[in-house]
Design a protein around this ligand. Structure first.
Ligand code: NAD
Length: 481
């Protein structure tokens, strides 16, 4: 019989108010994995009310910041102890390589430790007053119940980036994970319970965006929404949050440029292009999907990237030798193939991929690593986020022309630059309109380093010291001494 998961509310598994469940499927084999509760507004109401009463309960509110840090540290330890199971479950759910998920789970405890260390560093300041008899100081307070809505591509890492600072600052949380990856987030809530977090501090309602997600955003007791997902959904959530004057942190889509100058080490750059666009089958927000190569190295780069794209080992995400797994679900496969078809109609040349990999026995949602050339900034394949293994490679001649093309996008999440010229590296870092710039590397990330999406790629900051402020409000106190 298929394993069934209920919501996790107020420290225990709770059946959905309507007896409805949905199935999670392995995207490599198309086998059914488990069922999760299909949450509705009533389930969300139960969870938010549990989080709201936990926020004021003495079990949580009487803990000092150092004690909250200890709880987070214990949770980090438990995540580390369960890393292999969590990695396996995420890989089965979203089709990412087990090796990559093992890497993510090995790093995940560090996220908890980092925020554990920040818990007792949240502080206000004493402000000089015009009247010397007045003592004016500020203090930072938690907001209340924080809603966290997350996507399927890195379920636990992206959930942790929200809930760890929220909890460190003294909030309580209700998480609505992606309907494609419910299981590991439920397991995280169980581990939090084992770590000693009071009941109701961490709650999970599983289900679909339009039902459980929308109900969470609309709940009147919610103090803040922290969302990672597509720009379209983020825009909808932002307008709802604005109408109720609650804060939101949004980490959204991208169409990041990866730029190779004439003085770059082209072999290294080609590997950076490959990692930037084919890791996780291109299903990363930071995918370097627009590749700009100086015309003097364009042919060499295209040749190297195409040769590697054609030789990537595609197969079972659990096998050590596999380099590319499936897309996460049927809709992803339809989206990616229709974009490549559209690109070809718009005049693009498909140098590699553009189809299901040949000879693959697994029935899943596989798509071969794809290279498009003869593309330009007016084409939809270059302007819109495909979220799949599709690189569009374009030549450029002058730096100004390159900057014009690289910045001509609604997105501003990340950018890669490959050059040996230090001055140029700094100049590009200054002029590229993106929240993260990588020079002679791509995809580096850590909980210590703040990241912010520019333009339509987001609002607010995740990671780093600044992210703590996203989960607090500032109070100014004036005392007549
Ligand atoms: P999505 O927007 O479809 O869904 C994200 C989450 O929102 C899911 O949990 C979904 O159920 C929920 N949701 C959907 N509609 C909702 C609604 N009306 N109200 C409330 N919740 C709703 O995105 P996705 O397909 O899961 O993820 C892929 C997208 O996420 C890509 O655009 C990618 O670039 C982006 N992403 C961004 C980052 C980042 O840090 N910037 C990281 C990872 C993914």
């Amino acid at each position: 019989m298929t394993e069934r998961y209920q919501h996790f509310i107020n420290g225990e598994y709770v059946a959905p108010s309507e007896d409805r469940y949905f199935t999670s499927t392995n995207p490599a084999t198309l086998e059914e994995l488990y069922e999760a509760a299909r949450g509705n507004a009533q389930d969300v109401d139960l969870a938010v009310k549990a989080a709201h009463s936990a926020f004021t309960s003495s079990a949580w509110s009487s803990l000092n910041a150092t004690q909250r840090g200890h709880l987070l540290r214990r949770l980090g330890d438990l995540v580390g102890e369960n890393a292999e199971k969590l990695a396996m479950d995420e890989s089965l759910d979203n089709g990412k390589l087990l090796r990559e998920m093992r890497g993510q789970m090995a790093a995940l405890p560090e996220y908890f430790y980092y925020y554990a260390g920040l818990a007792d560093k949240v502080q206000g300041a004493q402000i000089p007053a015009m009247n010397p008899a007045i003592l004016n100081y500020t203090q930072r307070e938690p907001l209340g119940v924080v809603g966290a809505i997350t996507p399927w591509n890195s379920p636990l890492t992206l959930t942790t980036s929200k809930i760890a600072p929220a909890l460190a600052a003294g909030n309580t949380v209700v998480i609505k994970p992606s309907e494609y990856t419910s299981r590991t987030v439920l397991l995280l809530a169980e581990l939090a319970d084992q770590a000693g977090f009071p009941a109701g501090v961490i709650n999970v309602v599983t289900g679909f965006g339009a039902e459980a997600g929308a109900a969470l955003v609309a709940h009147p007791l919610l103090a803040k929404i922290s969302f990672t997902g597509s720009t379209a959904t983020g825009s909808h959530i932002a307008s709802q949050a604005a109408s109720r004057f609650i804060g939101c942190t949004l980490e959204l889509g991208g169409k990041s440029p990866n730029i190779i100058f004439d003085d770059a080490n082209v072999s290294n750059a080609a590997m950076g292009v490959i990692a930037g666009i084919y890791a996780a089958a291109g299903q990363t927000c930071i995918a370097g999907s627009r590749v700009f190569a100086h015309k003097s190295v364009y042919d060499e780069l295209v040749e190297k990237v195409t040769a590697r794209a054609r030789s990537i080992v595609i197969g079972d995400p659990l096998a050590d030798s596999t380099e590319l797994g499936p897309l996460a679900f049927a809709g992803q496969l339809e989206k990616v193939s229709s974009y490549v078809e559209l690109g070809a109609k718009e005049g693009a040349t498909v140098l590699a991929g553009g189809c299901r990999p040949e000879g693959l026995e697994l029935p899943g949602y596989y798509y071969a690593p794809t290279v498009l050339t003869d593309v330009n900034n007016d084409m939809r394949v270059v302007r819109e986020e495909i979220f799949g293994p599709v690189a569009a490679i374009m030549p450029f001649e002058h730096e100004d022309e390159l900057l014009g093309m690289a910045n001509d996008t609604e997105y501003g999440l990340a950018a890669g630059v490959w050059t040996q010229n230090l001055s140029r590296a700094h100049r590009m870092a200054r002029k590229l309109e993106a929240g993260t710039i990588w020079v002679n590397t791509y995809r580096a990330m850590s909980p210590m380093s703040p990241r912010q999406g520019f333009k339509n790629s987001g609002v607010g900051i995740e990671h780093g010291l600044e992210s703590m402020n996203e989960y607090t409000r500032l109070k100014s106190v004036w005392i007549n001494t």
